[in-house]
Design a protein around this ligand. Structure first.
Ligand code: CO8
Length: 260
């Protein structure tokens, strides 16, 4: 396992899996501009070096949102710029060539919930808590909450959560479709790693195309999405990995994928 330390985050590699830990526990991993800058740097590196990324938090929070101390200093104009950067960061996670698993260890509130929603798969510890409490600050979500939450849980539930600022537990998050699995606290990282390793064994190019095709379902009409899927599907037939995958199946052996 190799590690790289920043000020606000930690980046570890375990084989092909990168583990990015938000590491400002005394402030519940509130996402200040320094954290966001370090996250951006880490993503650039991880996309080149890993096949799957796990994002988690240290201490009792995944992330308790944007840093409210910083938010208070902002004017309308620079808040727009800052939220745009936050939004771009989360879009970058969503569009990353490799899958991203959120291992949600505790509070995922405001920008923290938005970060989790930008990830591809969400696994929560039983003690995790979720919410978009911006309304309590007389704000609204500013980095995708009003857009990604209704796509995951439906418009009515998203309105209920965003308008009341209510904080929900992990079981409720599972029931409404905000997370894919809930596990005991001490199983969280093992379970995230199990899923990450299973994905890391597949052909990286097929994984990348599958993620792209599924992401397109958010913005494309069904006919356009189906055409896009067909294009990506047929492109895979010119890869080594697809030939290898099919041959290995027929020859009853484990495939050796190269990522092209
Ligand atoms: N920003 C700054 N500091 C925070 C934040 C935050 N979001 N959350 C917690 N902290 C700090 C507290 O001020 C406290 O600091 P100190 O010890 O110096 O007083 C420390 O973390 C520990 O927090 P608490 O003492 O409050 O811990 P509790 O266990 O009592 O409470 C809660 C935990 C319920 C999570 C509580 O801390 C809380 O309600 N936090 C704020 C949650 C919130 O409102 N989040 C939304 C913020 S707005 C937002 O996210 C807008 C997103 C815009 C785009 C983002 C792009 C990245």
């Amino acid at each position: 396992m190799s590690s790289k330390s920043f000020e606000r985050i930690r980046l570890d590699y375990d084989g092909d899996v990168a583990i990015l830990t938000l590491n400002r526990p005394e402030k519940l991993n509130a996402l200040d501009s320094k954290t966001r800058m370090e996250l951006k740097q880490a993503l650039d590196e991880v996309e080149q070096k890993a096949r799957v990324l796990i994002i988690t938090g240290s201490g009792k929070a995944f992330a308790a949102g944007a840093d409210i101390n910083e938010l208070l200093q902002r004017t309308s104009l620079d808040s727009m710029e800052a939220a745009k950067l936050g939004s771009e960061l989360f879009n970058r996670i969503e569009e990353l060539d490799i899958p991203v698993i959120a291992a949600i260890n505790g509070y995922a509130l405001g920008g923290g919930c938005e970060l989790a929603m930008a990830c591809d798969i969400r696994i929560a510890s039983r003690r995790a808590k979720f919410g978009q409490p911006e309304i309590n600050l007389a704000l609204i979500p500013g980095a995708g909450g009003t857009q990604r939450l209704p796509r995951l849980v439906g418009i009515g539930m998203a309105k209920k959560l965003i308008l009341t600022g209510e904080i929900i537990d992990a079981e409720t998050a599972l029931r409404i479709g905000l997370v894919e699995e809930v596990v005991e606290e001490d199983r969280l990282m093992d379970r995230a790693a199990e899923i990450a390793e299973k994905i890391a064994e597949k052909s990286p190019v097929a994984v990348k195309f599958a993620k792209k095709a599924i992401n397109s379902a958010r913005s494309m009409s069904l006919p356009d999405g189906l055409k896009y899927e067909l294009t990506l599907f047929s492109m895979l037939f010119s890869t080594h990995d697809a030939r290898e995958g099919m041959r290995a199946f027929l020859e009853k052996r484990k495939p050796e994928f190269r990522g092209n």
